[in-house]
Design a protein around this ligand. Structure first.
Ligand SMILES: [Zn+2]
Length: 158
């Protein structure tokens, strides 16, 4: 049986308009495999989620991704913004968040993302690299590079 296309069915569209209801497409409706839940969002905002490495992916620019959000991976003294060489070796559960305490950004991540010209292979960049990593501010970074909600993009699974 062929179903009518309700999106082009005049009485339906008139009624929808009167109700002020917006038409949702499949992409916009909530899918727990692709979208973080309100609970996950509130935990990322205030604390951290314990996630297995196989729940994470990376964006084309190497930023760490959980569903439709970029996240950072927390360690005791540093945090990772990207799938750097250290993160690539991690296994099992890790702490993922949107906020940090006193951790410093991982310089390997900045190198991986080519952030502001950070390059660990060029010794003459050492002072520049240190300056950029010392000045790195996660909140400002998120403001310039919104981390949620992200559209589906090309991602790579770990
Ligand atoms: Zn790192």
């Amino acid at each position: 049986m062929k179903l009518p296309d309700f999106e082009s069915f005049e009485p339906f569209n008139d009624l929808r308009e009167k109700m002020g209801a917006e038409l949702w497409t499949m992409e916009e409706s909530f899918d727990e495999r692709l979208h973080i839940s309100l609970y996950e969002k509130s935990v990322l905002d205030t604390d951290y989620l314990l996630l297995n490495m196989n729940q994470l992916a990376r964006d084309a620019d190497y930023r760490l991704r959980f569903k439709n959000a970029n996240v950072v991976l927390l360690e005791d003294s540093i945090f990772h913004l990207a799938a750097c060489s250290i993160v690539a070796k991690k296994e099992g559960e890790q702490k993922l968040s949107w906020k940090i305490d006193n951790q410093k950004v991982c310089i390997d991540c900045l190198h991986q993302m080519n952030y502001e010209g950070v390059n660990l292979h060029k010794t003459r960049r050492q002072i520049h690299n240190e300056k950029i990593s010392t000045q790195f501010n996660l909140e400002q970074y998120w403001k310039k590079n919104p981390n949620f909600p992200l559209k589906s993009r090309k991602i790579t699974i770990f």
